[in-house]
Design a binder for this molecule. Structure first.
Ligand code: MG
Length: 415
């Protein structure tokens, strides 16, 4: 007898200070359930509505085994499809169905996906600094933890921005760096100067490469904060420092510039974390314009589409580096990790350190040891969710500031 979906539940929680959306799919077998990440941290309430008000009535009573069929059903049932709200809602259910399938098969997810091709995933974290000495100390701290990959960010940056790990803020040539002279009446925001940002970042990467030598992998994220011409010049200027990758040099509105960048520079490129539409990634992969795909798995609709992208990317020599900061729940990180362990063309895993609170709310979190992330090998994702404890960490509907980046003349930039 097939197992059927009995209920679909959504929990909003913020134990890491980031608003997370967790989906639980319950079955006709009381002990059998699955968990998924549906975290669109900036707009979490409509995701809950999409799951509870629309997907749940659609899914009750359906066979949990038919993941491909259910994914297509959830994707096209609204006729208009895609976007971060609907994709995250679908992802929450999709990941939960894979969790259930793993539990039924009594296999960890990476076994279902073809089996391990490596024992653990190499990870990276961010090292930043307001001056070269601080940056150097922070890189050394990463190396002391066994890291082989380090993402470099250099510049101003408030303690709050830096502590939260949020990209942006004013850490891109912000106050304290360069000349800022906005016109009278300029609006509030997170000001940054592209010229200062690129110049100081080149100097910082030169210093790190010179001090630590050629054996560590260096990453940097532009966060789409430059004009296309500035980004191409920046990629050329960084060539001597042999980056592992330069991330998101262009905004999603400027994808046509990747061909020009490829022709001009040998710096490896990672891109696509903001993609939420069907097959936006395909031209970048099939034309070999990027070296790493970087989608956020819940924002692209879950594991089902992500594993297809990984397979297509392998055929074109493109590797995976799925987006995985603090607005990816530990369940999302576990799914990323299982996929990474079973993907030949995996590149690197973005590490989110889990503290004791997180490990209590999400028992069975992946384990970090000496530069690598190891999965829990229980069947399915290997991770559970303590809903009673999660209820003690309510979400915070605060207005998001870091996406309010402004250029020196006061105009609003892309974040
Ligand atoms: Mg990024």
């Amino acid at each position: 007898m097939p197992h059927t979906i009995r209920d679909v539940q959504v929990t909003l929680t913020a134990p890491m200070g980031r608003n997370l959306v967790i989906v639980k799919v319950l079955t006709d077998e009381p002990e059998l359930y699955g968990l998924g990440c549906a975290t669109f941290t900036q707009r979490y309430l409509p995701v809950r509505s999409a799951v509870e008000d629309y997907l749940k009535p659609l899914l009750i009573g359906r066979d949990v085994a038919r993941i491909e069929d259910l994914h297509r059903l959830m994707s096209v049932n609204s006729y208009w499809r895609g976007g971060p709200v609907l994709n995250n809602a679908i992802s929450g259910v999709d990941m939960a169905l894979w969790d259930i399938k793993g539990k039924l098969a009594m296999m960890p997810l990476h076994d279902l996906l073809g089996g391990k091709v490596r024992e653990a995933a190499a990870v990276y974290q961010h090292a930043d600094g307001r001056d070269l000495k601080e940056l150097q100390d922070h890189v050394q701290a990463q190396l002391d933890q066994g890291m082989s990959h380090v993402r470099i960010r250099f510049g101003g940056g408030s303690e709050q921005t830096r502590a939260s790990g949020e990209a942006g803020g004013n850490a891109y040539g912000g106050p304290g760096l360069g000349v800022h002279h906005p016109p009278e009446g300029a609006l509030e925001g997170s000001y940054y100067d592209p010229q200062t940002y690129t110049r100081t970042t080149v100097e910082a990467l030169a210093h790190v490469r010179s001090h630590f030598g050629g054996d560590i992998e260096l990453l940097h994220d532009v966060h789409e904060r430059l004009t296309p011409a500035q980004a191409i010049q920046f990629a050329k200027d960084l060539e001597p420092f042999r980056l592992f990758f330069l991330e998101d040099p262009f905004s999603p509105e400027d994808l046509g510039w990747y061909e020009h960048l490829r022709a001009a520079s040998t710096t490896p490129i990672a891109a696509s974390e903001l993609f939420t539409g069907p097959n936006e990634w395909l031209p970048l992969i099939s034309k070999r314009l990027i070296d790493f795909v970087r989608m956020h798995i819940s924002d692209m609709g879950g594991l089902t589409p992500a594993k297809k992208v990984a397979t297509i990317a392998e055929a074109f020599g493109v590797r995976t580096a799925w987006h995985g900061p603090g607005d990816c729940s530990p369940i999302g990180h576990a799914v990323n990790l299982h996929l990474n362990l079973s993907t030949l063309n995996f590149g690197v895993h973005e590490l989110m350190p889990f503290d004791d609170v997180i490990r209590e709310v999400f028992p069975g979190c992946p384990q970090f040891r000496d530069g690598y992330l190891y999965p829990n090998t229980k069947p399915g994702h290997g991770i559970d969710f303590n809903e009673d404890l999660a209820a003690k960490y309510p979400c915070d509907p605060k207005t998001i500031m870091w996406t309010q980046a402004r250029l020196p003349d006061g105009s609003l930039a892309r974040p």
